[in-house]
Ligand binder design. Structure first.
Ligand code: AHM
Ligand code: MG
Length: 340
């Protein structure tokens, strides 16, 4: 008899023992996980599945879409629209929200996703992933059920009820929080099932590793430059230790490394586009990753305030992101506040 814990069993225990998730949310998470399994199969086929390369379209952010961006988006929508748990979905790859069609029952949850994170790595066979976040539709008066609108999505990240990502790397790993710590599940390809391989993941408070795209250095703001200069000064500098650098250019893979062995990840605001608050998206990148990192004992800020406390005003809002080992994030945040 196997004593392996499957995703289903983990979720049932979260529902039964901890009373943390209602059955509808459990089923929703299972459907997302199933969709990730399908995306993983397409990713693995690569050139054999004719899924590499660009499509002839742009998304709402003006980025050229890759074929896999579109495939992953469709897989997530098709898997989730009929279950009866969702009111609507929103994605990096869709201009506006996708309301569950009338032919299906409407649920009370809202699902957001970046279907294929790290798009620039698709064609070069480097880890990529799917990021997701679940909110409950707001009801000011629980007796009134208004039609769902974009405004329902504009909730701060601290109100998420589930968040996670799936990284398609040498292994396919699903990382999840429902507010009871962070659990990691590895896809057993032979069985087709998700197996719990780490529970209560913790990020060390201190680190000697940072992740930032160094080619943007000349565009950074002073506090970011100060922090990285001090890391680069190594043992002889004010930090008194040598730092290592890693940058995969897939947020999922960089965050996965940080959840596994610590580190700090930064995609800060920079002077290239002064009117944009950052590159990454708040609702379906920074919020889910921020909550996962906090649940593992780390921290996530935009340099000045906690990411999960930010009240969004737009679905595709961008944000400056600093997350990972708590003491490093606190230091970078302090440098920003001191410079104000
Ligand atoms: P994407 O969602 O279109 O793939 O863009 C987000 C990605 C992140 O995964 C990653 O951290 C960042 O963009 C890399 O950006 P850059 O190419 O500027 O280093
Ligand atoms: Mg992304």
């Amino acid at each position: 008899m196997s004593n392996k814990i499957s995703l289903t069993r983990y979720l049932v225990e979260q529902q039964r023992t901890h009373g943390r998730i209602p059955p509808e949310l459990r089923l929703l998470i299972e459907v997302v996980a199933r969709a990730c399994k399908r995306i993983s199969i397409s990713v693995n086929k690569g050139a054999l599945g004719e899924v590499l390369g660009s499509a002839e379209s742009e998304n709402v952010q003006g980025e050229v879409q890759k074929k896999l961006d579109i495939i992953a988006n469709e897989v997530l929508i098709e898997a989730n629209e009929w279950g009866g748990h969702l009111a609507a979905m929103a994605s990096e790859e869709m201009d506006s929200i996708y309301v569950v069609p009338n032919r299906f029952p409407q649920g009370e949850y809202l699902l957001m996703f970046d279907p294929l994170d790290g798009s620039s790595n698709i064609d070069v066979n480097v880890s990529i992933g799917t990021i997701f976040s679940v909110l409950r539709k707001r009801h000011d008066d629980p007796k009134i059920i208004d039609p769902v609108s974009e405004a329902d999505f504009l909730q701060p990240g601290r109100q998420q009820v589930a968040a996670g990502y799936c990284v398609y790397g040498p292994q396919t790993t699903l990382v999840l929080t429902v507010g009871d710590g962070v659990a990691m599940f590895t896809l057993d390809r032979e069985q087709g099932s998700w197996v719990l391989t780490q529970d209560q993941v913790t990020i060390p408070e201190d680190t000697k590793e940072f992740a930032i795209n160094m080619s943007n250095m000349r565009h950074w703001d002073t506090p970011v430059k100060r922090y990285i200069d001090e890391c680069l000064a190594g043992q002889e500098g004010p930090r008194g230790k040598d730092f290592n650098m890693r940058w995969i250019a897939s947020m999922v893979a960089d965050v996965h490394r940080i959840l596994t062995r610590g580190g700090v990840f930064m995609y800060p605001w920079d002077k290239r586009e002064p009117n944009k608050p950052g590159k990454l998206r708040l609702m379906y990148e920074a919020n889910p990753m921020g909550w996962l990192v906090e649940q593992a004992g780390g921290a996530a800020t935009n340099g000045r305030e906690r990411i999960l406390d930010m009240v969004p005003t737009q679905l595709h809002q961008r944000v400056s992101v600093i997350l990972g080992s708590k003491n490093e994030v606190d230091l970078v945040t302090r440098y920003h506040l001191e410079a104000d």
